[in-house]
Design a protein around this ligand. Structure first.
Ligand SMILES: *[C@@H]1O[C@H](CO)[C@@H](O)[C@H](O)[C@H]1NC(C)=O
Length: 449
């Protein structure tokens, strides 16, 4: 019994010595009284693990054992040499007046009932607090997940018509990062904003009260993607519309997804990759060069946040399908008229729409979205896919018309990746710039052989 106890004690001693040597950091030059203020005695002989004084979130020592190691890497207290050994030449004595009480220097900070050790930091949602002085220094930026806004929207849900959720994937992110990295479509330049809308012959009597392209062309639409933390909605909405229309046209063949990475990496002229892009340039690239299938060029920018250089898509691949670049006809604009947009979706499939994203949109869970005007300021231009429409009864508001839209934030956001937004009132600019394209089946050798 006694022997085993001794062994354990000896083992702890060895570990203790090892840890102390590893932890040694050389505290010389830090002003203040450390060993000098120790009670009951200033210094200890030989080694005493409790002969320690807190410094910079760790401990320094006032026993002779602290000298183990060279002077730059020992763990002696800053004033050990002066107080315990008598001052040595070359080591300046700190002025006595500056010798603040170490207890005050090393005090932990308290924020929202949480303690932050001196020299440490702690994140509160998207804001970091640092304890470097008597009070913590905290950032104060709007977060993507704004808990007060969630409460406000959900309590007033009769008024707003939609419900908000706390998304884990957005927790700890600043609203400004969300606006930068979850959108990414440049507002159309001169040329495209003057693009004249096509004239449509709409038979309003044939427009149903509700429509969902996913049901109308069952199994032909490939579904929700996730752009990740890369502001490339310009690429996702463009390819989403292109591939839906291709798949609708190519009945009976396995639907394909087109490679966003291909567009992002290769159509780089005038584009800013994960910092955003122009949809008119994206459509021009699809018309001139074309895009390979997703499986030939997998998406990686959402996690790396970098856009790798374009590589030859066929490199090292024996798969014939990867040599095909799918091209479209030139994109065209549809007027802001609700019926024109409906007519185009009804007859030819989903369309691309620009929209302004405000920070409350990050929290959308279900219902018919309208901008609340609450929460963080700032906005960004995004682009999404309109795939249908309908009407919903909203308590306290009555019947509201909505567009059914597909976002590119993954399927855990919103209604399995989709959302409804107020229709007919140009909510967030959703009707102001709508594009469509004709698929070109002829020059695309479809699918696998
Ligand atoms: C929101 O989610 C985060 C992380 O998942 C959690 O820490 C926080 O307490 C949640 N807030 C609310 C109001 O549920």
């Amino acid at each position: 019994m006694g022997g085993a106890g001794f062994q354990k004690w000896a083992w702890l001693l060895v570990v203790g010595v090892f840890l102390r040597q590893v932890d040694a950091r050389g505290f010389e030059g830090i002003p203040g009284n450390f060993c000098r203020n120790r009670k009951p005695s200033e210094c200890c002989e030989d080694r005493h693990d409790d002969c320690a004084v807190p410094v910079l979130g760790t401990f320094c020592y006032c026993d002779e054992f602290c000298l183990n190691g060279d002077s730059k890497h020992d763990d002696c207290c800053p004033d050990f040499r002066q107080v315990c050994l008598g001052a040595k030449p070359g080591i300046p004595l700190p002025p006595a007046e500056l010798g603040d009480d170490p207890e005050v220097l090393q005090k932990a900070c308290e924020v929202n009932g949480k303690e932050i050790p001196f020299g440490g930091s702690k994140a509160f949602n998207c804001n970091e607090c640092k304890c470097e002085g008597p009070a913590a220094q905290c950032e104060d930026d709007p977060c993507m997940v704004d808990e007060a806004l969630i409460r406000e929207v959900n309590q007033g849900s009769r008024r707003y018509g939609w419900r908000a959720a706390n998304y884990t994937q957005f927790w700890g992110r600043k609203a400004s990062d969300g606006l930068r990295m979850r959108t990414g479509t440049f507002t159309p330049d001169e040329w495209s904003s003057k693009m004249y809308p096509v004239i449509m012959r709409v038979d309003a009597s044939k427009i149903p009260r509700s429509f969902n392209a996913r049901r109308a062309w069952k199994g032909r639409l490939t579904g929700v993607r996730d752009q990740g933390w890369c502001g490339a909605s310009w690429a996702f909405s463009t390819l989403g519309v292109a591939q839906d229309r291709l798949n609708i046209l190519a009945k009976g063949i396995t639907p394909v997804a087109l490679s966003a990475q291909n567009l992002l990496s290769c159509a780089e002229l005038g584009q800013k990759g994960c910092q955003g892009g122009h949809i008119d340039r994206a459509w021009n690239y699809l018309r001139r060069v074309g895009i390979v299938m997703e499986e030939c060029y997998l998406y990686e920018s959402g996690w790396s946040r970098k856009v790798p250089k374009c590589y030859e898509q066929n490199e090292g691949r024996s798969d014939e399908g990867c040599k095909n670049h799918y091209k479209t006809e030139p994109a065209f604009r549809i007027s802001e008229k609700e019926e024109d947009i409906q007519w185009e979706i009804l007859n030819n499939g989903p369309v691309q729409a620009l929209m302004t994203v405000h920070p409350d949109f990050f929290l959308y869970q279900t219902g018919v979205y309208t901008h609340t005007g609450l929460g963080g300021k700032g906005s960004a231009t995004h682009s999404v896919k309109l795939i249908g429409w309908g009407e919903a009864r909203v308590m306290g508001v009555g019947v509201v018309k909505y567009w059914l839209a597909e976002n590119s934030w993954g399927s855990s956001w919103g209604e399995r990746g989709y959302f409804k937004i107020r229709r007919g009132s140009n909510e967030c600019g959703i009707e102001s710039f709508v594009l469509a394209v004709r698929a070109r089946l002829g020059n695309f050798v479809y699918g696998r052989y």
